[in-house]
Design a protein around this ligand. Structure first.
Ligand SMILES: *Cc1c(COP(=O)(O)O)cnc(C)c1O
Length: 403
């Protein structure tokens, strides 16, 4: 009998019966939103990351937006981030009316390059265009060089929001990403593609109580019931005040209960991702491709496993893998090349390392539900495809040279 075609996804949530029961328990309870599950989930994040405060919100994009708002980002300000990221890393500054600029990446880590950052800061100081906030993105789950970035923030006077959407469960200098030792705030996403999931969901971690208080107020319309924050005397027990312009970025208890349950398996998820990553490194080492930085596997949360192939054959290899039912993907189309950002003045050529990496990038499937058997199939398929495509392109070169 013919085997059914494979359908290997690049990323996939891992839910067990405990997760499902946790959600059902909330559905049977009095609180669907703003109830005890949210506090429990936030406390768990605080404990896990060793930060002082965690605020759970509706998604990672909302978390980035609130983080910018809490730092007072507004029109006339400048926010810097990595071009090799998801759109939200830059959009969050635009929501606040600020200008965005990018720092090119390091070709090995594919994180924003700290040497480039330092160079750009020195120049910006002369031109009076220093950023108010820097958003380093821990690409694929590997932390940026936060200590150096923090030193530069002290010298040049900017705040730091870690876009840690890929890096929950990862570490930096032996401490959990999200501890905010070298940043003002760190942001996570719990989209099903990420390390743990709440469906949609996100969180902001910080050690600064004034920032967490601001965020709690902004995520629910800028409203407060805390009399200490009010500007007028209370009218009575029903009284609330709007003290700022906020939004509705609340997470539900249904989602938070799922998040709390998923946190129990976070370490196991990360270990499984690292195990699969090690298998990829072993099996792919002799292929003509660029593997992700393997310098500190135990510290990386391995949200992604992005390889680089010769840009002339990237599309062919990508399409061939997809046709075998292997759900490869590409992370990321550089943000500055999007039409929206091009209209703001950016152009191809602005950040050559991010562009060069993009032109070669293919993310291989990686998630805790990926079986070794499927992973072996991916590796064997990639090897065969590369062998075929390489011969083909050699022939093409020969053909053109003869014509
Ligand atoms: C997923 C992601 C986000 C946005 O998170 P959502 O929960 O999807 O809104 C932001 N930044 C990065 C780097 C991400 O991967």
């Amino acid at each position: 009998m013919k085997k059914p075609p494979r359908n290997i996804r690049y990323s996939q949530q891992s839910l067990n019966l405990d997760d499902i029961d946790a959600v059902i328990d909330v559905l049977r309870s009095d609180w669907l939103t703003q109830g005890p599950s949210i506090t429990a989930f936030e406390d768990r994040l605080v404990q896990y990351c060793s930060a002082q405060h965690a605020v759970a919100v509706s998604n990672g994009t909302a978390a980035l937006h609130l983080a910018c708002m809490a730092l007072g980002v507004t029109k006339g300000d400048i926010v810097w981030t990595s071009p090799n990221s998801f759109l939200a890393s830059a959009n969050c500054a635009r929501f606040c009316g600020a200008d965005v600029d990018f720092v090119d990446i390091d070709p090995i880590t594919r994180n924003l390059c700290v040497l480039e950052l330092e160079k750009k800061l020195r120049l910006a100081k002369l031109n009076n265009t220093l950023p108010k906030v820097l958003i380093p993105v821990h690409f694929a789950g590997k932390s940026c060089d936060m200590r150096r970035i923090f030193e530069l923030s002290q010298e040049f006077g900017f705040s730091i929001i870690e876009d840690a959407c890929h890096a929950l469960g990862g570490t930096y200098n032996g401490k959990k990403v999200g501890c905010c030792e070298y940043s003002d705030l760190a942001v996570f996403s719990f989209h099903p593609a990420k390390v743990i999931t709440t469906g949609e969901g996100g969180a902001i971690l910080t050690n600064k109580s004034e920032l967490s208080e601001k965020i709690r107020c902004l995520l629910t319309h800028g409203m407060t019931r805390n009399t200490e924050l009010m500007e007028n005397p209370s009218h009575g027990p029903w009284y609330y005040e709007q003290i700022a312009l906020g939004l509705n970025y609340r997470i539900t208890d249904i989602q938070a209960a799922l998040g709390f349950s998923q946190m129990k398996r976070l370490d196991a998820f990360v270990r499984q991702r690292q195990e699969l990553a090690k298998r990829y490194y072993n099996k792919l080492v002799n292929l003509p491709i660029i593997l992700p930085d393997s310098s500190d596997i135990e510290a990386c949360a391995f949200h992604l496993f992005p390889i680089g192939v010769d840009k002339k054959i990237r599309k062919t290899v990508f399409t061939a893998l997809r046709s075998k039912g292997i759900g490869v993907n590409v992370h990321y189309i550089p943000i500055h090349t999007q039409p929206y950002y091009q209209r703001l003045g950016f152009a191809w050529g602005n950040y050559p390392n991010a562009e060069k990496y993009y032109e070669s990038a293919i993310s291989l499937p990686l998630h805790p539900e990926l079986s070794f058997e499927d992973q072996d199939f991916i590796c064997e398929s990639l090897e065969k495809i590369l062998a075929n495509v390489t011969t083909l392109s050699e022939n093409t070169v020969a053909d053109t040279s003869m014509s």
